[in-house]
Design a protein around this ligand. Structure first.
Ligand SMILES: *[C@@H]1O[C@H](CO)[C@@H](O)[C@H](O)[C@H]1NC(C)=O
Ligand SMILES: *[C@@H]1O[C@H](CO)[C@@H](O)[C@H](O)[C@H]1NC(C)=O
Ligand SMILES: *[C@@H]1O[C@H](CO)[C@@H](O)[C@H](O)[C@H]1NC(C)=O
Ligand SMILES: *[C@@H]1O[C@H](CO)[C@@H](O)[C@H](O)[C@H]1NC(C)=O
Ligand SMILES: *[C@@H]1O[C@H](CO)[C@@H](O)[C@H](O)[C@H]1NC(C)=O
Length: 384
């Protein structure tokens, strides 16, 4: 009798619950629902309630988003569809989602996105398309996303960006285009992104940085360009980036750098140059950088380093000039101005001698490494 009553109660409870929460989902909060697992293939048949503000559908076998699958969900703010098998989204899939602020579609199999698919999301702030198979994107795809702050397109198969595709994203703060196959950047691609703070372009196939491409990015703090095939950078490329803190240029194909390239970057805390076949450095390269504490220049083809070149790096504590197999000459005043330097690494170069007094003025120096060179005799007055 008791068992029977219990069964009835459980049955009733389940029925009641089912009327609110679909069978394959969990209603985690009053207005949030989570549906996940390989048992889910067709999202339309889930019976999602239309009054949720948060929907999370992950790790399912769903392959497509049909038109109106979220219809009537006018209060939905966060829609997380990451780590499914999605490869097709129909143009009307997100129709009516006018309140959406976050849309996460990362870790799926999307190869393209239809025209107008984000057409009603005026409030969208974050769009994450990371780790899909997107080959190209249509020039008007993001036109309506005037409030977007973060756009993640990294880890896709993009080979080019259409001119103007970002033109309406005036509020964008973060743009991640890393790990694609981008070979070139249209001249005005970033020209309206005046509030951009972080731009990641690393691990692409860029071969040049052309004049003016970053000129309007006056709020930029982080610019990641490492691991491309960059052979040339136009003079003045970074001159307007007065707020830049982090700039990575390592692992490219730079043989030379234009005169004064970093002259205006007074706020840099991180600058990477290693892994470039640099044959020389211009005499004027760095402006005053009071916050820069370390600089690594290794794995280059430098045969000499000009006098006074580090003269503006007055707070540098660590300078690494190593693994430069052709580096055979260091002039007398090459380290002039490095008054705060603590550690100087010069090992694994091709130095056969050092000029007298080369370490003069390095009053704080605690450590020098010189092994793996061809030095036979050290001059008498190295430190005087
Ligand atoms: C959503 O709708 C269901 C069924 O109409 C109702 O029971 C529930 O209270 C609603 N939830 C919210 C957050 O409005
Ligand atoms: C994408 O770029 C942003 C900005 O630099 C960074 O914070 C984020 O970690 C990057 N994501 C990946 C996966 O690299
Ligand atoms: C440089 O950084 C300092 C400290 O973070 C900040 O107060 C200053 O406004 C920055 N300068 C520029 C030009 O952004
Ligand atoms: C040091 O920086 C100033 C401007 O900040 C510049 O005029 C000068 O040429 C720089 N000196 C060197 C040796 O780079
Ligand atoms: C190292 O220096 C010697 C003597 O200056 C020179 O003959 C040799 O070619 C240099 N090695 C490299 C890899 O440049």
């Amino acid at each position: 009798m008791l068992v029977f009553r219990l069964a009835v109660i459980i049955h009733l409870f389940l029925q009641l619950n089912a009327s609110v929460c679909p069978e394959k989902c969990e209603c985690i909060l009053k207005d949030a629902i989570r549906c996940s697992g390989p048992g889910i293939e067709d999202l339309a048949s889930l019976g999602l309630p239309t009054n949720m503000t948060h929907i999370l559908i992950t790790n399912t076998k769903a392959t497509d988003l049909k038109d109106k699958v979220f219809s009537g969900m006018t209060v939905l703010q966060r829609l997380i569809l990451s780590s499914n098998q999605l490869f097709l989204i129909l143009p009307g899939a997100f129709k009516g989602l006018v309140k959406l602020k976050t849309l996460k579609l990362f870790d799926n199999k999307l190869t393209q996105l239809p025209t107008g698919v984000f057409g009603e999301m005026m409030d969208l702030q974050q769009l994450i398309l990371e780790n899909n198979l997107l080959k190209d994107i249509e020039w008007s795809l993001f036109d309506k996303l005037v409030n977007l702050q973060e756009l993640f397109l990294n880890k896709n198969h993009l080979t080019e960006l259409p001119e103007g595709v970002l033109r309406n994203l005036a509020k964008l703060k973060l743009l991640n285009l890393s790990r694609n196959y981008l070979a070139a950047l249209p001249r005005n691609i970033f020209s309206t992104l005046t509030r951009l703070e972080k731009l990641a372009l690393y691990m692409n196939r860029l071969s040049s940085i052309d004049s003016g491409v970053f000129d309007n990015l006056r709020e930029l703090q982080e610019l990641l360009l490492h691991s491309n095939g960059i052979q040339s950078i136009a003079p003045g490329t970074f001159h307007n980036l007065l707020k830049l803190k982090s700039l990575t240029l390592s692992q490219n194909k730079l043989q030379l750098l234009p005169h004064g390239l970093f002259l205006h970057l007074h706020n840099l805390t991180k600058l990477t140059l290693y892994g470039n076949p640099l044959g020389s450095l211009p005499e004027i390269l760095f402006g005053e950088m009071r916050i820069l504490r370390s600089l690594w220049v290794y794995d280059t083809k430098l045969s000499m380093v000009p006098d006074f070149v580090f003269g503006n790096l007055t707070n540098l504590e660590l300078l690494v000039l190593t693994f430069n197999p052709e580096l055979s000459v260091l002039p007398r005043n090459v380290f002039s101005g490095l008054n705060e330097l603590l550690t100087l690494s010069l090992h694994t170069n091709n130095l056969s001698s050092l000029p007298e007094g080369i370490f003069q003025g390095l009053q704080k120096l605690q450590e020098i490494s010189l092994f793996h060179n061809r030095i036979e005799v050290l001059p008498k007055n190295l430190f005087l």
